[in-house]
Ligand binder design. Structure first.
Ligand code: 9MR
Length: 452
């Protein structure tokens, strides 16, 4: 037996209260009792812990976790050119607005992503015929419109995305081909004019270690600084492969910092060949920890954003055949060892007593005018249990009326459910569930479950 509890935040309470939809979808508790939400741990270290989010999913358990665990969000696609201006002069700000509103409601920063890219541009732009002057105007107008719309509400913009080839030469794109390399300096200058308060970044992938590509980026940033072009930071995307965190990551972050710019890890994920196993998840946790450790070690590293926090919302399986499980939560929103590794690197509980690696997820599976059916799933990955007790405190007068697959008692607001004779054992890699009916009125907020 060991103790495992989760932190509880006002954001999670508010989100839990927010909608019936959220309640019906259920909510999850973070991995361990001693761990505050990642955002609290990160804030105590002055760091950002962010996630890319899909605005269409920001309700229910997904919204709960996004609001509770992260102090920054990046729209995964909603601020890209093809999303905001699918036809020339016709703007669709709704999904991007949704992300900004969510962030405001949850006290989060927004990372704007992205203004100048070779990809995900609308057809009218990508297939148009442009003189350099026309193309320059189109780009300036786009930056001015988008940055201007969110002026004061975006902490940092990925102004220019993926400008380089692997060998450090400039990528051939509509921008470099049409405007030459100065499109970068101009884009930064126009972004600064549109929102002087936003930090302006250049962002790229495969630039995490010291290599030809990151050195080209380094030389560009140095020359922009020398020329007085507004550049505040460098984004290292960090789409990594299991076991392949570059050993020069911290050194690389430091060399950019020494140029006088911030560094952010902007799109972290660690993909593995499926199926995932306990050993792979342990390696993945070490990889996540190595990245966060490197960022924590350099004061100008502002923090880490993961590119999706759940395996149910990751770009990896769509693009890398046979690969996946790249994020800190599994597809059922259960925190993985990678989650605990991030927490540990941020100063949360790091020592894992025997049997740790088990988590409890509370969900409301059905709700009607005065009653509801709830469920708790206890899952073990990298740990195991021989018996368990799950406890929580009801926050709004709910009462358990009946339970199954566990022996539940309620005293005042405190509920304790212990295993039945047949389901105390939870081997590594498996889970048990128990259920209950209860009564509620007014509201039915989701409690945080303590395992012991
Ligand atoms: O997560 C994004 C995915 O939904 C899109 O299909 C994809 C299209 O390229 O873009 C993904 O995000 C990318 C990000 O904008 C830039 N760096 C690489 C990311 C993964 O492809």
């Amino acid at each position: 037996m060991r103790s495992l509890r989760s932190g509880f935040s006002l954001a999670s309470a508010l989100t839990g209260l927010a909608t019936l939809g959220a309640l019906l979808a259920g909510a999850t508790a973070p991995a361990r009792a001693a761990d505050a939400p990642l955002r609290d741990l990160a804030a105590a270290k002055g760091k950002i812990i962010g996630s890319a989010v899909n605005p269409a999913k920001l309700t229910g358990t997904y919204g709960d976790i996004a609001g509770r665990e992260f102090n920054s969000v990046t729209p995964d696609n909603a601020m890209k050119w093809e999303s905001v201006e699918p036809s020339r002069g016709t703007f669709n700000w709704a999904p991007a607005d949704q992300v900004v509103a969510f962030a405001t409601a949850h006290g989060q920063q927004v990372r704007g992503h992205t203004l100048v890219w070779h990809s995900q541009n609308p057809g009218w732009l990508a297939n148009g015929t442009w003189t350099p002057a026309q193309l320059s105007t189109v780009l300036q107008d786009h930056i001015t419109a988008e940055v201007g719309r969110y002026k004061g509400r975006i902490a940092a913009w990925d102004v220019v995305n993926e400008a380089f080839n692997e060998d450090g030469t400039y990528r051939s794109s509509i921008w470099s081909n049409g405007l030459g390399q100065d499109y970068i300096a101009n884009a930064l200058t126009w972004a600064r004019a549109a929102d002087p308060g936003a930090k302006l970044y250049i962002n790229d992938y495969n630039v995490e270690g010291v290599n030809a590509k990151s050195t080209a980026l380094y030389n560009l940033v140095r020359s922009l600084k020398e020329r007085g072009v507004p550049i505040d930071g460098v984004g290292l995307q960090a789409h990594l492969i299991l076991g392949q965190v570059p050993s020069s990551l911290q050194q690389n972050i430091q060399r950019f910092a020494d140029l006088g710019v911030d560094v952010a890890i902007t799109e972290l994920d660690v993909r593995m060949q499926l199926p995932s196993t306990a050993a792979k998840l342990t390696q993945q946790a070490a990889d996540y920890k190595a990245v966060m450790d490197a960022c924590v070690a350099v004061s100008r590293c502002t923090g880490v954003t993961v590119w999706g926090f759940t395996d149910s919302d990751s770009w990896v399986p769509d693009v890398f055949d046979g690969y996946g499980a790249a994020t800190p939560y599994d597809e059922s929103f259960t925190p993985k060892p990678a989650y605990r590794a991030l927490a540990g690197s941020l100063g949360g509980g790091t020592t894992e007593p025997p049997g740790d690696g088990c988590t409890a997820v509370y969900s409301v599976v059905n709700q009607w005018n005065s009653g509801f059916t709830g469920q708790v799933r206890i899952s073990c990955s990298g740990g195991a249990l021989s018996s368990w007790r799950a406890g929580w405190t009801f926050g709004a007068g709910q009462r358990i009326t009946q339970s199954w697959n566990a022996n539940c008692t309620q005293s005042g607001t405190a509920v304790t459910c212990s295993n039945a004779s047949y389901n105390g054992t939870v081997p590594d890699g498996s889970s048990v569930t128990f259920g209950f009916n209860g009564s509620w009125s007014g509201s039915n907020p989701v409690p945080v479950v303590t395992l012991s």
